[in-house]
Write a protein that binds this ligand. Structure first.
Ligand SMILES: NC(=O)c1ccc[n+]([C@@H]2O[C@H](COP(=O)([O-])OP(=O)(O)OC[C@H]3O[C@@H](n4cnc5c(N)ncnc54)[C@H](O)[C@@H]3O)[C@@H](O)[C@H]2O)c1
Length: 312
């Protein structure tokens, strides 16, 4: 018996990299999987729509159930079609793993508006749109009296939560995804939907092409040494967050190798409370300046009337 038996899951960007590992694990745990992938390059260009089908073939060879979908998840209608595909093929939807993402690195002073917009669009809208349509389905089901136990797992990045030079567009999008996770969790709990996010670190074409990281992420030559960059290490956490017995919602977890760490959200720190305006000195200064002005004009504050001398 698998941990995800009978659950229907959509995994976006599952044609390669981390998403492919999610699809293989989810199917081996009994989930029926919609393998979505547009098949684009790491920077979002092109579309090799065979990527999703290749993973579906792998799942089927291993005895699992899966169907391919090649919609662009950042497109309003594409995201709707994706949710519809799960419902039409498998009759229900329980899990949405928003994993599709692209990068477009450039230092801020050289970044074009197109480079900014594309990375924001694919990463942020690519999380919002499928979640929006899945949530609409779950709300309808909930209002019709069905007991919903659904899960959304989003994909953020240390680039956004800790910062990484050269990735202001990607990092901003990924920090936005963490905020989206918290707010979606707050809004959707009433329908029986939990929403969490992971912050993965794993070998993929993204990390292999990152200057300084390409060598580090390579598998160890000694097969006895744990391959902490293997993307397959990320998927068990995602399967856990997607499972019916998981209690977490609104949380963000870093995952690399066998290490999981809870990301604390933005938290208010040390406090200064003067119980009067912070620019009190400035305000008093402005008040006395206004007073002097009124006094020169022959007026004055009520308690000063009679003390103000004639103007010269
Ligand atoms: N690899 C890491 O260490 C790392 C670190 C932090 C975050 N991430 C995030 O993990 C996720 C998976 O990345 P990966 O490293 O496996 O990279 P990857 O490039 O191997 O996989 C991303 C997949 O998403 C697909 N995709 C992109 N845009 C799409 C769209 N609009 N619609 C449908 N599919 C689309 C691509 O075709 C690709 O197959 C991404 O969101 C990435 O930002 C990865």
């Amino acid at each position: 018996m698998g941990a995800l038996d009978g659950r229907v899951a959509i995994i976006t960007g599952a044609g390669r990299g981390i998403g492919r590992e999610h699809a293989l694990l989810f199917a081996s745990e009994g989930a029926k999987v919609v393998v979505n992938d547009l098949g684009c390059a790491v920077n979002g260009s092109g579309d090799d729509r065979t990527a999703a089908q290749k993973v579906v073939d792998e799942v089927k060879e291993l005895g699992g159930e899966a169907v391919a979908n090649t919609e662009d998840v950042s497109d309003w209608n594409g995201g709707h079609q994706l949710i519809t595909a799960a419902l039409e093929t498998f009759g229900d939807l329980h899990i949405l793993v928003n994993n599709a993402g692209i990068i477009g690195d450039r230092v801020l002073v050289n970044m074009t508006q197109e480079e900014w917009d594309l990375v924001m669009h694919v990463n942020v809208n690519g999380h919002f749109v499928p979640t929006r349509w899945a949530a609409t389905y779950w709300r309808e089901q909930s209002k019709a009296g069905a007991k919903i136990s659904a899960a959304v797992v989003n994909t953020s990045s240390t680039s956004g939560l800790l910062g990484n030079p050269g990735q202001s567009n990607y990092g901003t999008a990924k920090a936005g995804i963490a905020a989206f996770t918290i707010i979606a969790a707050q809004e959707l709990s009433r329908y029986g939907v939990r929403v969490n996010a992971i912050v993965p670190a794993a070998r993929s074409r993204i990390t292999e092409s990152t200057p300084g990281l390409g060598d580090i992420v390579q598998p160890p030559t000694d097969p006895e040494v744990f391959d902490s960059w293997d993307p397959a290490n990320v998927s068990p956490l995602v399967a856990y967050l997607a499972g019916e017995s998981c209690p977490f919602t609104g949380k963000v977890f870093f995952i690399q190798g066998g290490t999981v760490q809870h990301f604390q959200p933005w938290t208010l720190g040390a406090q200064v409370d003067k119980r009067r305006p912070l620019d009190d000195r400035g305000a008093r200064g402005r008040a006395s300046k206004a007073h002097r002005h009124r006094a020169r004009a022959g007026g004055g504050a009520p308690d000063q009337v009679g003390r103000a001398g004639p103007t010269r």
